[in-house]
Design a protein around this ligand. Sequence first.
Ligand SMILES: Cc1cc2nc3c(=O)[nH]c(=O)nc-3n(C[C@H](O)[C@H](O)[C@H](O)COP(=O)(O)OP(=O)(O)OC[C@H]3O[C@@H](n4cnc5c(N)ncnc54)[C@H](O)[C@@H]3O)c2cc1C
Length: 455
Amino acid sequence: MGVNFVVVGGGPAGVQAASYAARLGAHVTVVERDVLGGAANLWDCIPSKAMIATGGMLALMSRASRMGIRKTDLQPDLESIKMRIATITDHLERSNRDLLSSQGVRVIRGEARFLDPFHIAVKLTEGDEIELGGDAILIATGSRPRVPHWAPIDGDRVLTTRQAYPPPEIPEHLIVVGSGVTGVEFVHMFRTFGSKVSLIVSRQQILPQKDPEVAAALEADFLDSGVELYKGARAKGIHRSDDGGVVVECDDGRSVTGSHCLLAIGSLPNYESLELEKAGVQVDQGGYISVDHHCVSNVKHIYVAGDISGKLPLASVATMQGRKVAEHVMGLDSREHRHLDYDKAASAIFTEPEIADVGLAEAEAFALGRKMRVTKVPFAANARALINGDSRGFIKILSDPATGVVLGGSIVGACAAELISVIALAVTANLKVADIVESLLVHPALAEALAEAAD
Ligand SMILES: Cc1cc2nc3c(=O)[nH]c(=O)nc-3n(C[C@H](O)[C@H](O)[C@H](O)COP(=O)(O)OP(=O)(O)OC[C@H]3O[C@@H](n4cnc5c(N)ncnc54)[C@H](O)[C@@H]3O)c2cc1C
């Protein structure tokens, strides 16, 4: 008689929790109404990065003459891009399916809702309804793009992120509303496809949550490539113009006219269809479900992981929460179980230059009045960066001046999302700057700049 564990939602949180709990011996059932891999696979991380990779190839080829290659005229082919994305998504879905089936996890395609705290009804995609019971239940139903009442989304000219992989045509002039991580990634994506791009920035800094120096580096690159920034402006209305274009009205009286508009103004949790009141699970005002450090909701056998927990909305965090849930469900928390420290989550922005950070940021340390050693090295002197023809950006490492323990870091530049792993490991394992400096690294490599920045 093992633990009966029911997982609702097959995104990164649900798949990880299911697979790890099954490895630890639970009987696991996953209910997913769409595809395994979740929105992360179908709408968010994967298709956006696939589009960015295609745009990156176009941008790279447009700089080919710098590498000693005569320029060629390249055009994106929207049908091929769509097929490429579908191939990647299908492949990842199949990998998730194979992983779960190899561990004996039962996967049910349908939409789940609670009947009571221990039972769930599933409306199967084929039509019937079945009932499932669980000793432990995980809610991992994710989130969807926020669409305000003033935005007439039509999938043609006025788009959410989900309609951009690729849109029906490459916009001649795209207006992006929202300058957080998602917004700036779409600005970058479409400028590489040759669109003119305008960005509505509600504050005075793009990426308002990020280190100002990091945000300024991206902003400078945007301005260099002709992106128009409308700072201190909040969109409050969108309408079609007489010539078929789109006009975005801002609260400061300005209006921006373009051919298309894309909204990237956050997300909303998927909780409505779950009938949580029948299980006694409480949601906050925004619809998120609060959890303790084991991802347990106010009902002790009902767990919550991923975007719906209202923590950091990242697939990587969702995955790690899923792992922690599996450990707790299977009673591992008293042994090797370490609590998740959200302050140590690395994150990346897939723009060009790429941006990544982890741990404490310089501005944050300053605001806390905390003494900090900050060391910074530009890629301009790095041999591999020069060879690659892209030496933009820098690496910044923050450490404790007394102990040398690495507390955080930011990277702006090529491969930042990969390079940050070294600083993330140092932050998680309380390594010292000397541990990075004295690693025998490859030459020539971008990673050499990490050792220099740590020195
Ligand atoms: C454009 C964009 C790009 C992003 N890029 C990145 C990135 O590069 N890196 C990163 O780390 N994060 C990225 N994110 C964030 C990331 O996508 C989310 O944090 C992640 O998907 C959350 O995973 P999850 O498991 O909570 O839910 P999801 O991936 O949203 O999956 C939830 C699943 O639950 C299912 N579901 C919902 N309700 C029910 C129900 N009642 N019954 C059955 N099934 C149900 C849904 O169909 C869905 O498949 C991006 C987000 C956006 C919007």
